[in-house]
Design a protein around this ligand. Structure first.
Ligand code: HEC
Length: 132
């Protein structure tokens, strides 16, 4: 009995030591910025974004432009907001569903989501908003 407990204790000690040493690796310069969390929009939009858009746009799944990826968004910004909105409302086959799959989002919410995703999340402000 005591032998078993001792063995378990050693396993736990090893596992604990491993966790500590793995944790210690993060700060040695190898981690860079790639581990940064993707942004989420402010409160009134956050739940719709999390429920309907993040699954594809959080990391850029299935060809979706990822939130925060300035290169992916540049040609879309160049279209201007009205064109972006029209495409979002219609959906873009095959992967982007009509209205981003948020059939309960009203027009104002959808527009705010698109604005944030395509402009504000990149610029950390609305100064460069292209409305044309
Ligand atoms: C199932 C995956 C998926 C979901 C969910 C989704 N999207 Fe997309 N979205 C895409 C893909 C893929 C594209 C790229 C389409 C292309 O360029 O061919 C895209 C493109 C876009 C674009 C750029 C349109 C353009 O003209 O290139 C916007 C804006 C956008 N999505 C907004 C949203 C919003 C807002 C939501 C949530 C309400 C959402 N999407 C949910 C997959 C998704």
């Amino acid at each position: 009995m005591t032998g078993r407990r001792g063995a378990l204790g050693r396993v736990l000690a090893v596992a604990g030591g491993l966790a500590v040493s793995l944790g210690g690796c993060g700060g040695d310069g190898a981690s860079g910025t790639k581990a940064q969390a993707r942004p989420v929009p402010p409160a009134p939009l956050a739940s719709s974004y999390r429920r309907h858009c993040q699954q594809c746009h959080g990391l850029g799944v299935a060809g979706a432009p990822a939130v925060g990826d300035a290169v992916a968004w540049a040609p879309r910004q160049a279209q201007g907001l009205p064109s972006l909105l029209a495409r979002v409302e219609a959906g873009i086959p095959p992967a982007m569903p009509p209205r981003g799959g948020c059939l309960r989002c009203d027009d104002a919410t959808l527009e705010a989501l698109v604005r944030w995703m395509a402009f504000e999340s990149l610029n950390a402000g609305a100064n460069d908003l292209t409305e044309g």
